[in-house]
Write a protein that binds this ligand. Structure first.
Ligand code: GRF
Length: 188
């Protein structure tokens, strides 16, 4: 079973996923792909001796270029872990049902264009939500609208602020994202 991770940011999720699958010899992380040459996610990959690939937005949209490096790996699953660019239609059709994303809210609430990172948590706090959480879902051509695979919740209180919400979400991500990926790979 081969998976690829796509990430644009610091890569705490990439780090957790890599660590989790070190114990599972059935799953190989074939590469960490990023649109940012300075993404922390790439450093976690390099440390774990996993191949890294950096591509531009233009390359992401030019199927032939990026696909060459991706198709060589014969991937079973592509995991978006804090990947901020929109995945083009053609790309999705090549990997139908094989791309999943992690979103830091309980979709369909607080999803869509511009809803990432702290923007999501600020919106959750402004709406005085009683709970928030994470959604792991399939990727389709609209931001954050693909079928939900799993959601995990955490309660909010009046004393919550941006920092505490971020911590609660990170904990959910760390606890549940790698095992949800593992469950999916077991079913493939
Ligand atoms: C995570 O909160 C994830 O839910 C979202 O982007 C963030 C990435 O964080 N999609 P990191 O780069 O894995 O630390």
């Amino acid at each position: 079973m081969k998976i690829a991770l796509f990430a644009s940011g610091t890569g705490s999720n990439v780090k957790n996923i890599i660590k989790h699958f070190e114990k599972n010899k059935n799953v190989e992380i074939a590469g960490v792909f990023s649109n940012k040459a300075n993404a922390g996610a790439l450093l976690h990959a390099i440390e774990a001796e996993i191949p890294t690939y950096v591509f531009s937005n233009q390359e992401l949209n030019d199927v032939n270029q990026l696909f060459k490096s991706i198709e060589n790996h014969d991937l079973d699953l592509i995991v978006l872990a804090g990947f901020l660019l929109k995945i083009p239609k053609l790309f999705i059709s090549k990997f139908e049902g094989k791309i999943i994303n992690l979103h830091p809210s309980l979709l369909p609430k607080f999803g869509g264009k511009g809803m990432y990172g702290a923007h999501v948590h600020r919106a959750v706090l402004s709406a005085n939500e009683l709970e928030t959480g994470i959604t792991i879902h399939y990727v389709n051509e609209n931001y954050d609208e693909g079928a939900v695979i799993k959601q995990f919740k955490t309660a909010l209180t009046e004393s919550d602020n941006l920092e505490s919400v971020q911590e609660k979400i990170k904990l959910l991500e760390k606890t549940y994202f790698p095992i949800t990926i593992e469950e999916l790979t077991n079913k493939l």
